[in-house]
Design a protein. Structure first.
Length: 329
């Protein structure tokens, strides 16, 4: 099986590391990369990953910044940050073969979210996520495998991934159900060391993860605080609850009801301790923020449904302004 990683950062590199370590000769790994990451992959003959145990492994893969130099894969793992999506979409299109599937392992609301999701927002295209529908035109929803990642990873340096916690992957078809090709992929990924399951309605799982990320990520980016400090502050925790109630109301309208209270989610998040969100890590590294897919999309869906989202909008405006003034927009 030919697998190409597009975005060999924390999550893409973690994916490649597990597949290469556990499946070996069963797969042919490649990566579409650029800049310092491409240079590091070539210098070291592949990707390096520090396991939770502290052991460092190295996985060979072929890396290039030119799609035509990589064989058409059976599976593309798309794991770039939201701000980079539009720029890599033409390369993903160039990699597509007749049977290629695209596993979208990205944070937030994806461009294909409302394709195949019945209800009053069916077919809605989000300008905040895919301005002008450019990405949808290059990567059709019928090629997509939706994915929710429950893991924490970091990139101490280009070409090196550190696995911090978690091995969870939830896979699903945008149209719903449990197609055979997704069940087969989940079984393969389980053999690669992931805890992979299949969802009959992947949009619900995406929305549930977003329900927590929509607050912790931007608030940590604004304040520089870890999740424990955010939730231990009574006033901030109250603000978080109000944003979550707005997102839950939207979820109920679009067929992605959240079967949990904000207080129950706070208790789960608090157990993670002094946890740095991915957006806080991006601020500290001077990288552009994934604000549109995580927060802008929620605000836009609320406007479409004519549901007021004053707390979400305020958080979006503040975080956007911070990103602009620090050159992270």
């Amino acid at each position: 099986m030919k697998i190409c990683i597009v975005g060999a950062g924390a999550i893409g590199g973690w994916f490649a590391g597990h597949v290469g370590q556990h499946l070996g000769a069963e797969v042919e790994l490649s990566a579409l990369a650029r800049g310092a990451t491409l240079a590091a992959l070539r210098q070291h003959g592949g990707l390096r990953m520090d396991l939770i145990s502290g052991e460092r492994i190295q996985v060979p893969l072929r890396a290039s910044d030119k799609p035509e130099e990589l064989c058409q894969p059976d599976l593309i793992v798309l794991a770039v940050k939201g701000p980079a999506l539009a720029s890599v979409a033409p390369a993903v299109k160039a990699l597509l073969g007749p049977q290629t599937r695209v596993l979208v392992a990205m944070n937030g609301v994806p461009w294909w979210f409302f394709q195949g999701l019945p209800g009053e927002a069916e077919g809605l295209r989000l300008e905040s996520v895919d301005p002008g529908g450019v990405v949808a035109g290059l990567i059709p929803a019928d090629r997509v495998i939706g994915c929710v990642v429950h893991a924490s990873c970091a990139t101490p340096e280009p070409g090196l991934v550190k696995h911090v916690m978690g091995t969870g992957l939830i896979l699903g078809d945008p149209a719903g159900g449990q197609p055979a090709h997704i069940s087969e992929l989940a079984a393969l990924l389980c053999r690669a060391g992931f805890n992979a399951t299949v969802s009959e309605r992947i949009q619900r799982d995406i929305w549930f993860k977003l329900w927590g990320n929509v607050t912790m990520n931007p608030i940590s980016a604004l304040t520089g605080a870890t999740c424990d400090r955010i939730l231990d502050d009574e006033l901030v925790r109250g603000f978080v609850t109000n944003v979550m109630l707005e997102a839950a109301a939207i979820g109920a309208r679009i067929g992605c009801a959240v079967e949990q209270t904000p207080e129950q989610r706070h208790a789960v998040t608090r157990k993670l301790g002094a946890f740095k969100t991915s957006m806080l890590q991006d601020v500290e590294a001077g990288r552009p923020l994934e604000l549109d897919a995580l927060v802008g999309a929620v605000s836009e869906i609320g406007r479409h449904l004519q549901l007021p989202t004053p707390f979400t909008d305020g958080m979006l405006g503040l975080t956007r302004l911070m990103a602009q003034t620090r050159g992270l927009a």
